[in-house]
Design a protein around this ligand. Sequence first.
Ligand code: PLP
Length: 225
Amino acid sequence: MTLESRYKDVTERIAQAAKTHGRELSDIELIVISKNHSALLVEQLHGLGQRHFGENRDQEAAPKAAETAGLPGMVWHFVGQLQSNKVKSVLAYAKYLHSIDRASLVSALAKELVKTPINIKGFIQLNLTDDPARGGIPPNELMAFAESVALVPGIELQGVMGVAALDRDPRIDFETIANCSLQLQREYPRAKFVSAGMSHDFEAALEFGATHLRIGTAITGNRNL
Ligand SMILES: *Cc1c(COP(=O)(O)O)cnc(C)c1O
């Protein structure tokens, strides 16, 4: 399969799943995760109409964003764990940060954002496992953490983000994410977005209200760099 046929296939599957689950296609943003692929692939997908792209490492994302900066309408999303010393670099190209996952990152963001007129659209990353080493905010700590995020003027809180566990039905985790989202929206009505769903589970994520799909290999092919 070519890049174009994989892209078409995924966008058709998204449209079909949206229809099945009574979702408006205009409420769903496809973010192509381009990690381990070249700027050329980003350019090719841009030529097919794609505008939202995501990366998980600043070392790779910063040069790729620079290389593709001339393409009109590009929107970069940062989806990986963000080290505090990379915050400044990421804020220079990313419009969305999907992985606000700890208090020290909120502090680092606050410190950087007071110095610039930049805003970042941010998702709080949930930890859906029992393993604290996995990073992210446990669902029962979401509201306290959200309060600290909401206090930072430069962060526009978008909602919650999660990665479903691989060893069980992803619907279990997508339901947890959906419940967290409802809880968050009661306090912060504008934080209504849900970043969930990857190559192997985006259709299930759409069933549970995902608005921002982060899809890599199903479109890009295997990561090879
Ligand atoms: C790599 C990555 C994705 C995309 O994964 P695929 O399985 O290739 O679709 C989504 N979200 C995050 C946080 C990632 O790091």
